[in-house]
Design a protein around this ligand. Structure first.
Ligand code: DGT
Ligand code: CA
Ligand code: CA
Ligand code: ZN
Length: 588
């Protein structure tokens, strides 16, 4: 297990840290088979402190153990434990409990479908110390023949481990969005549902999502219980974490949690605003409200006791004298000030894109033909696509040798002759070699409309060398844009070491564009990099890098979401240019 408590060793244990240790004690007491009452007391204290509206540390500082005992359900025993945890990040009881049980038991206890008794039995008989150990044992069929185990159980535990792995990481946008939409579709078909929406980080289009936040307003208040039931009985649901009248939480098969809240129509906008967040944004709006003598929360806008708004989000913003702020901007990063000053950007929308400048065909590692990719672009209302297959040295991805590239270019000419009002641009995704030179000679690059350059090798160069390499590539006069500038893969690979400020500057100096690569596990540049590009006057290309015609549409949605988080407007984006203007710019 990783370090146990946030703040461990630095003596700044926050409420979450205290709640964490208390919760762990409760779990371990359960495993030991202690009387239920005792573990429940710890569990209750943990939840209480987790949701306390002020730091438990301050409470203790003001009045010691006595003050802690003023909390409901906290007796002297638990109060003293809290004091210990505040001082040291842990407590004796927890450490003793841990020592009395097999090592790694806490990780095993976190696996869905694995009960405490079985966990101890497996830890003792098979000496498994982690989820990874257990997975190995299951796959070697060492578990199924143990007493009270079966092949059914083997399957169930493997599924539980998969969920545990999924739940430890924030869910990628590409999985969260379809999941939320499926849940909404289903809720909307329910006869008692008047309106449903997703909120939270997903609505802000963050690249990863901690949990899903879903809101429903019923036709009649009496419809609420049936809606709750439909939600908790959904096929995708693995566990019901909490089931209440207005709020339920479930864990889905993928390991992610989803919260559902049922709110009355007059509060729907206020709840949507509140649960969309971010928390920082909410606090800024609430403070503006206070200045106007208003109380703003998830139930509405209140003047004294009177409900004066909250059916729509617009009403919430209007109450504090602001125009509507798009969810993607609500990070508390200057959007409230910009709105107050009338300086909100006119954010780019999907319909602003006129084409896509980076995608692959079956000439390299793509799935579809030249014609199919063009057709997919046309179906989205585009005027052009650039087909950028890989260059020579990227053999693993079917990189094209120069004569194959020439053949492909001829095929594009032929396809263009049959198309009206649409243009297939000749392109390539050219590898930046270690020295910063490119994988095709200049005379070959000169034949292309669009030259995308990217790093696919030597990720481990030090920052200075990697930055030099990329900046050198950007100095080549044939280059149009740098693809996926940081090389990160969300949840899988960190960005390579590179000085992004220098890359942005090089792009500005040479009049090159930077890409917002809309592969959902890349989203690269992300919001911070996009803002830096915009500030330096660098044009951004929002490209899907599609390897499949079916990706053009979802990729556009992810790309536009991230572009909006980066405050981009149509004027900041290369492929928002209509074809004639694009061609002029490319010819520069
Ligand atoms: P996530 O789930 O980690 O990706 O991020 P969010 O932003 O979806 O956060 P979540 O699910 O914990 O809560 C949803 C929203 O509810 C959050 O963005 C803002 C609001 N919220 C939650 N807790 C508080 C709070 O203590 N104060 C305020 N003002 N708003 C809160
Ligand atoms: Ca959330
Ligand atoms: Ca939540
Ligand atoms: Zn590519």
């Amino acid at each position: 297990m990783p370090a146990i408590v946030r703040g461990y060793n630095d003596h700044t244990v926050d409420n979450t840290g205290v709640a964490d240790v208390l919760g762990r004690i409760a779990k371990l007491l359960d495993v030991k088979g202690e009387i239920r009452f005792k573990s429940q007391a710890f569990e209750k204290a943990a939840r209480l402190i987790e949701h306390l509206d002020r730091p438990v540390k301050d409470l203790h500082a003001a009045g010691g153990v006595k003050a802690l005992m003023s909390l409901p359900g906290v007796g002297e025993g638990i109060a003293k434990k809290i004091e210990e945890i505040l001082a040291s990040g842990t407590c004796k009881e927890y450490e003793q409990l841990k020592r009395s049980l097999p090592p790694g038991i806490e990780e095993l206890l976190a696996i869905p479908h694995l009960g405490p008794k079985t966990a101890v039995m497996l830890a003792e008989t098979l000496k498994v110390k982690s989820a990874a150990d257990l997975e190995k044992a299951l796959r070697a069929h060492k578990v199924r023949d143990l007493p009270r185990m079966s092949d059914k159980m083997e399957e169930k535990l493997l599924k539980g481990i998969a969920m545990w792995k999924g739940g430890r990481q924030r869910l990628g946008l590409g999985r969260a969005l379809p999941l939320a939409r499926a849940i909404l579709d289903r809720l909307r078909r329910h006869p008692g549902v008047r309106d449903a929406a997703y909120a939270g980080s997903l609505r802000r289009m963050r690249e990863t999502i901690g949990d899903l936040d879903i809101l429903v307003t019923p036709r009649r208040p009496s419809d609420a219980p049936a809606i709750m039931q439909a939600f908790t009985e959904h096929d995708e649901v693995a566990d019901v974490v909490a089931h209440g009248e207005t709020k339920s939480s479930v864990r889905l098969e993928s390991g992610v949690e989803a919260d559902l809240r049922v709110v009355p129509p007059e509060s729907f906008g206020a709840a949507l605003h509140y649960f969309t967040g971010s928390k920082t944004h909410n606090i800024l709006i609430r403070e503006l409200g206070v200045k106007k003598g208003l109380r703003i929360n998830e139930y509405g806008v209140f003047k004294g006791k009177k409900h004066v708004g909250g059916a729509t989000e617009e009403e919430v913003f209007k109450a504090v004298g602001l125009p509507f702020i798009a969810p993607e901007l609500r990070e508390g990063a200057g959007e409230v000030e910009a709105a107050a000053a009338g300086r909100l950007p006119k954010l780019i929308e999907p319909g602003d894109l006129r084409g896509d400048l980076h995608m692959h065909t079956d000439w390299s590692d793509g799935k579809n033909t030249i014609e199919e990719m063009a057709e997919a672009g046309r179906a989205l209302g585009y005027e052009y696509v650039a087909l950028c297959d890989h260059s020579e040295s990227l053999r693993v991805a079917g990189g094209l040798e120069v004569d194959r590239l020439h053949k492909k270019n001829k095929a594009i000419d032929a396809a263009n002759r049959t198309l009206k009002g649409f243009r297939i641009l000749k392109g390539a995704e050219v590898d930046i070699l270690e020295s910063g030179t490119l994988d095709y000679p200049d005379e070959v690059l000169a034949e292309l409309d669009v030259v995308v350059v990217s790093v696919h090798s030597r990720f481990s160069l030090d920052e200075a060398a990697q930055t030099r390499r990329i900046c050198r590539a950007l100095a080549n006069k044939h280059v149009t844009l740098l693809a996926h500038p940081t090389g990160r893969l969300i949840n899988r690979r960190d960005p390579y070491a590179v000085n992004l400020a220098e890359v942005v500057k090089a792009a500005a100096d040479h009049g090159k564009c930077l890409e917002l690569n809309a592969q959902v596990d890349r989203l690269d540049l992300s919001d911070g990099g996009l803002k830096a590009a915009k500030a330096a006057g660098v044009t951004v290309a929002i490209n899907t890098d599609a390897h499949d015609a079916a990706y053009l549409r979802p990729g556009r949605e992810y790309g536009i979401g991230m572009a909006r988080r980066g405050w981009l407007e149509a004027g900041d984006v290369l492929n928002a240019l209509p074809l004639p203007k694009l061609l002029k710019r490319l010819a520069r």
